[in-house]
Design a protein around this ligand. Sequence first.
Ligand SMILES: *[C@@H]1O[C@H](CO)[C@@H](O)[C@H](O)[C@H]1NC(C)=O
Ligand SMILES: *[C@@H]1O[C@H](CO)[C@@H](O)[C@H](O)[C@H]1NC(C)=O
Ligand SMILES: *[C@@H]1O[C@H](CO)[C@@H](O)[C@H](O)[C@H]1NC(C)=O
Ligand SMILES: *[C@@H]1O[C@H](CO)[C@@H](O)[C@H](O)[C@H]1NC(C)=O
Ligand SMILES: *[C@@H]1O[C@H](CO)[C@@H](O)[C@H](O)[C@H]1NC(C)=O
Ligand SMILES: *[C@@H]1O[C@H](CO)[C@@H](O)[C@H](O)[C@H]1NC(C)=O
Ligand SMILES: *[C@@H]1O[C@H](CO)[C@@H](O)[C@H](O)[C@H]1NC(C)=O
Ligand SMILES: *[C@@H]1O[C@H](CO)[C@@H](O)[C@H](O)[C@H]1NC(C)=O
Ligand SMILES: *[C@@H]1O[C@H](CO)[C@@H](O)[C@H](O)[C@H]1NC(C)=O
Length: 651
Amino acid sequence: MKCLELLLFLLLFVRDIGAQWNVWMPRDISAMTNSCVVIPCTFMYPASIRPYRGIHGIWYFGQPYPQLFPPVVYKSRTEIVHESYKGRTRLLGDLLQKNCTLQISNIGAEHSGRYYFRADLGGANIYTYPDFTELKVLDQPNIDVPEEIVTDESLDLTCYAPDNCPEMSPEIHWMYTDYLPDPLFTTDFVEEGNTAVMSSTLTFTPRPMHNGQLLGCRVHYPNTTFFYERLISLDVKYAPRKVWVNVSQEVMEGNSVVLHCDVDSNPPPRISWHFKDEELMSDIASNASLYLESLTPEQEGVYTCVGDNGYGVMNTSLYLAVRYPPREPWVNGSLTVLEGTSLALHCGTQGNPAPTLTWLKDGELVGTITADEVSVLELLEIRPQADGTYRCLAENEHGRASTSLNITVEFAPILLDDSKCTIVREGVQCVCIASGNPEPSIEFYLPDLNITINETNGRFNYYTHSDGYTSTGMIKLRDKGERGNNGGTAVHVHCSITNMYGTETIRLELQQEKKYMMAVIVGTIGGVAVIAFIIAAVRYVGQNNKKENSNPGQDVGSKVENPSMFYSAVKKDKQSLRKKVLKTELLGSKFNSILEESTGDDSDYQPVGSMAGLERQELNYAALEFMRGRPREGGLGRGDDGSDYTEIKAK
Ligand SMILES: *[C@@H]1O[C@H](CO)[C@@H](O)[C@H](O)[C@H]1NC(C)=O
Ligand SMILES: *[C@@H]1O[C@H](CO)[C@@H](O)[C@H](O)[C@H]1NC(C)=O
Ligand SMILES: *[C@@H]1O[C@H](CO)[C@@H](O)[C@H](O)[C@H]1NC(C)=O
Ligand SMILES: *[C@@H]1O[C@H](CO)[C@@H](O)[C@H](O)[C@H]1NC(C)=O
Ligand SMILES: *[C@@H]1O[C@H](CO)[C@@H](O)[C@H](O)[C@H]1NC(C)=O
Ligand SMILES: *[C@@H]1O[C@H](CO)[C@@H](O)[C@H](O)[C@H]1NC(C)=O
Ligand SMILES: *[C@@H]1O[C@H](CO)[C@@H](O)[C@H](O)[C@H]1NC(C)=O
Ligand SMILES: *[C@@H]1O[C@H](CO)[C@@H](O)[C@H](O)[C@H]1NC(C)=O
Ligand SMILES: *[C@@H]1O[C@H](CO)[C@@H](O)[C@H](O)[C@H]1NC(C)=O
């Protein structure tokens, strides 16, 4: 029996252990302001306790220690509660059923905090449970936003509203979703640990354009004026989707330029400017400027701006052109060449835009104008006329530059037609004129006497003069006896012209007797009279020519346009004549009365190269002269034959 009693006692004891002071209430619960909340609660007390005069309960706020007088939220024994809970609390549970469920209505922010329950079973059996419920009073719903929102990846945004008030059930709406692509809304109700939460999930795929956009969640209790809103700003991460740079630029060298780069990305990228595999600058920003000062042609090229924000990389390039005037062209050095050789002269330069290259010879265009990097002027089988200054001219819109070189053509001597012997008062004078480079030396040979004359000696006066590539040699045979041993009329005088490229020897002709007479007259009257005579003759011819040109059948315009040119043509002739006189004077004052041009025959007087400068439309003969005289102009053409003039007379 005792044994049975003991067993019973043990059973009771075990049952008592299972029925200690215990309470069950949610650890956390939340509510919107102005709504209500029901805190579900059940409690246990030791079975050994027989409640005395019913079961009472107290809800405290803040702390479980009555001796510290925490605010009384609810008290079943009296209706006395703390001021802030007056008329707001109601015990929904039946304490006899160990149900301590509490409703708090018209909640305000001040009601946030811990709630403790104290069971009063009568007598000394009063117990405050240490477990509590923490109430959170919200004035905004919560939105669950993923830590990282990435463009083009499906996004779930969930808005939560507590649903712990049986009288009021929330409704959730999303705001500002009009611009979203295919938004999807899912409403859910989650019960957990005796508390309930209403949720609405918005699902869509954000795009870069949605970065920074506002979205909102609105909670409303139907049939009330209460609503709660929360706004969020979307932070949509996206790789650089556009990199803007300046349009390609053209800048003069020495100037400065600022290249600007703007990158659209989130977060802002690391921007860098690149040129020829080199990073010039970088910055973590949405834009970056590259400052280039005192530009040089080497800085021309492709500039690339790269934006990299960890989600992707993008770049855009521009071309920076650095303009500059042509540099001084490089050309071959001056050359001395032998007649008949062929040459290629090269000219090159730099400039931007690419300069045109032009070859000029003594100021006149030769060859073609090219826009190539190098211009090659080919001179094939060079003739003496190719001698001169060659200039390569480089031009672009920003300027011009040129470099010149001299081509010196060496050639074997040529005897010019002026060479001859004439009878003069004192005897016979022989003149030998030759062209050659190096300038030829001249010597005379008298075959009858077997004498070579290259310098003045006791018997002969010998003079030489050199002007450019033309050499003039002159001897005077003083007495007629020297004309020949046989006393005949023929004087045999040979002239040899020599330079390193050759020797030419010819026999000089003695002018006719008529010329001799003329020479005597000239010798007597003097050169001045002859000049006057020649001027008169030329004027006469010029006027004749003018008359002919007045022929109504001919073009009127050209003759009326510039009638004075006839005079100037004559004047030119006079000048050239004067030059010849001067030249003769230079050869030796002793011979100043001797003019090979003045020998009376008009065909001996030659206008020569000086006529080349005339406008050809003015005088037909000038045109003829020009065409024929040209190949020998420039110091080489002295010896043109007089037939041109004869042609004028024939007109
Ligand atoms: C306690 O009382 C509330 C209100 O009457 C009720 O809804 C709840 O179900 C009760 N709890 C238990 C465990 O019976
Ligand atoms: C709101 O009030 C109307 C009547 O005023 C009632 O018909 C309706 O059921 C109420 N709705 C809610 C959710 O209480
Ligand atoms: C480059 O663009 C920026 C703005 O886009 C502008 O301010 C700047 O003047 C431009 N630079 C040049 C050289 O045009
Ligand atoms: C460049 O970026 C800075 C901030 O990094 C900003 O203040 C400025 O407005 C931007 N400039 C332009 C032209 O976008
Ligand atoms: C720019 O992008 C192209 C391809 O999009 C890439 O080939 C190139 O290397 C990039 N340039 C730089 C400087 O990053
Ligand atoms: C001129 O220079 C070019 C380039 O240096 C060279 O090829 C060419 O042979 C030269 N011409 C002469 C005639 O020296
Ligand atoms: C070419 O010759 C002229 C004179 O004949 C001289 O003044 C000039 O300096 C020369 N040019 C070069 C490049 O040698
Ligand atoms: C000319 O003179 C030279 C010597 O001065 C002599 O050797 C030569 O035989 C002479 N010739 C004639 C044809 O006499
Ligand atoms: C003239 O010729 C002789 C013999 O060939 C020579 O020795 C002399 O140097 C020459 N004189 C001149 C001025 O050239």
